[in-house]
Design a binder for this molecule. Structure first.
Ligand SMILES: Cc1cc2nc3c(=O)[nH]c(=O)nc-3n(C[C@H](O)[C@H](O)[C@H](O)COP(=O)(O)OP(=O)(O)OC[C@H]3O[C@@H](n4cnc5c(N)ncnc54)[C@H](O)[C@@H]3O)c2cc1C
Length: 443
């Protein structure tokens, strides 16, 4: 091994936290090394959010085309599906982001890009290919990968994950999806709309068991109405029962922490392999931070990016931002989407506090009616004493955007009455939020 090259900071992984951190550190005059073993941009850009949402958009367009007559449009001929074009469009969109991340890093002053698998060799020493790098600050942003469950017979089948789905070149005749959670449901609905038969197996008693029962049921109904077969309580799976042409496992994710040599530097992992971090994302070893999915504090692009913001604020701005200041929020990008913020109703009830709830079906939202997209409902929970919003589950057209008006008032720590007095644009889904808040009832 050659002599070590010394840096101020080493970043492992180019997911959603590593690249912006490289930019901030380099701009602050630090000498930075960033290491990537596969494709720049990580999961979100290559096999996660961006490509799946591009495919969701294709699925939506095809679905709408099939409903064209409802809106007075006329199609002379059949609505067909060009799966290669769907994949090609998705790849163009994904590649644009990947190229931008890679090009940005490679031309960044004060930053050296290394290609290859990074491993800790000793305290403050990382190896990549035949290089040894040292730095007093090391940031781990290694992300995760699909977990493959232990199901008899699965080892004899070709099993797809979110990664290999991206390179499929033929449309599955019958896609069997193991896992009825966020990733499985998004793939399930899009492939049904592309024309595949789809069966979703979920081992819990309902889809999305972390959501409230009314939300799970609403989503179940939406997917069922499109002809997706859903089997819940699927505990012992007999793959031969299903005549599946393709099997997708979407049964959770595991962190990429097993091949990093973390044991050599004493970085502690939890029982699931996530890196233990404190509120400012420091690991158990001084000088090493963990950001993004690998720390188990979030599983989203926005949480990984927020990890970058927290680390940068603490190290460079003297601003003591913390993970615990973050409010849980995420979307499920089926159509119509689910926008979530804060607590579920089940969590509010379990907390024992006095709370109020407002629910409105999307059939009573003018904009949804005008668009003929009236599936779903919106639910908001409020603390009866403080009037602060505790949580929201919005399932309906535009819900992935509307949820932010509730999220922002939660961050502002202002009572719901502020929204009640705001005048919203007509006709939008958001205009009904003040009206809903006028109909809060004790839970
Ligand atoms: C199908 C799917 C859909 C999703 N949709 C959404 C969504 O709509 N919205 C949302 O917010 N989130 C979504 N997510 C989650 C989101 O993609 C991740 O939370 C996000 O990418 C954050 O990842 P990260 O920054 O932790 O690391 P990643 O993006 O996973 O990047 C880690 C990088 O580190 C590299 N690496 C790993 N180990 C090493 C090593 N030893 N040496 C060098 N490099 C290494 C990897 O190659 C990778 O490039 C989705 C995920 C999936 C799978």
């Amino acid at each position: 091994m050659p002599d070590a090259t010394h840096f101020d900071a080493i970043i492992i992984g180019t997911g959603q936290a590593g690249p912006p951190l490289a930019f901030r550190l380099a701009a602050a005059g630090k000498k930075v090394a960033i290491i990537e073993r596969a494709r720049f941009g990580g999961t979100c850009v290559n096999t996660g959010c961006i490509p799946t949402k591009a495919m969701v958009a294709s699925a939506y367009a095809i679905h709408l085309a099939r409903r064209l007559a409802d809106f007075g449009g006329v199609v002379n001929g059949q609505i067909g599906v060009d799966f290669r074009r769907i994949q090609g469009r998705k790849e163009e969109i994904s590649a644009a982001s990947r190229t931008a991340v890679e090009a940005g890093l490679r031309k960044l002053e004060n930053c050296t890009v290394y290609d290859g698998q990074a491993r800790f060799e000793a305290d403050r020493v990382v190896t990549v290919a035949d290089q040894r790098l040292t730095a007093p600050m090391i940031f781990i942003n290694v992300g995760g990968r699909a977990k493959v469950p232990d199901i008899p017979g699965l080892e004899k089948r070709t099993v797809l994950t979110n990664s290999s789905m991206m390179t499929l070149d033929t449309l599955p005749r019958h896609l069997l999806i193991i896992g009825g959670s966020y990733i499985g449901l998004e793939f399930g609905q899009m492939f049904r709309r592309f024309g595949s038969d789809v069966t979703i197996l979920e081992h819990s008693s309902r889809l999305l068991p972390h959501e409230d029962e009314d939300v799970s049921q609403g989503i179940h109904d939406i997917l069922n109405a499109e002809g997706i077969r859903i089997e819940v309580n699927a505990k012992s799976i007999d793959l031969d029962r299903y005549d599946a042409s393709h099997i997708l496992v979407a049964a959770g994710r595991r962190p990429n922490t097993d091949d990093l040599g973390l044991e050599k530097v004493g970085v502690k992992l939890d029982p699931h392999g996530f890196i233990e971090v404190d509120d400012q994302l420091c690991t158990s070893t001084p000088g090493i931070w963990a950001l993004g999915d690998c720390n188990g504090k979030g599983a989203f692009t926005h949480t990984s990016y927020n990890d970058f913001e927290i680390v940068a604020a603490n190290l460079l701005d003297g601003d003591h931002r913390r993970v615990s200041d973050r409010i849980l929020t995420y979307g499920l990008f089926i159509d119509p989407p689910l926008g979530r913020a804060g607590m579920t109703e089940a969590e509010v009830r379990a907390s024992g506090r006095k709370a109020l709830k407002a629910v409105r079906p999307m059939t009573k939202v003018g904009r949804a009616f005008e668009k003929s997209e009236t599936q779903g409902f919106m639910k908001i929970l409020v603390d009866a004493e403080t009037k602060l919003i505790l949580g929201a589950s919005l399932l309906g057209t535009g819900a992935d955007e509307v949820v932010h008006l509730l999220l922002d008032i939660m961050y502002a720590k202002q009572p719901y009455t502020v929204i009640q007095r705001a005048v919203h644009i007509h006709p939008t889904v958001s205009e009904l939020i003040p009206t809903m808040l006028g109909n809060l009832k004790p839970i």
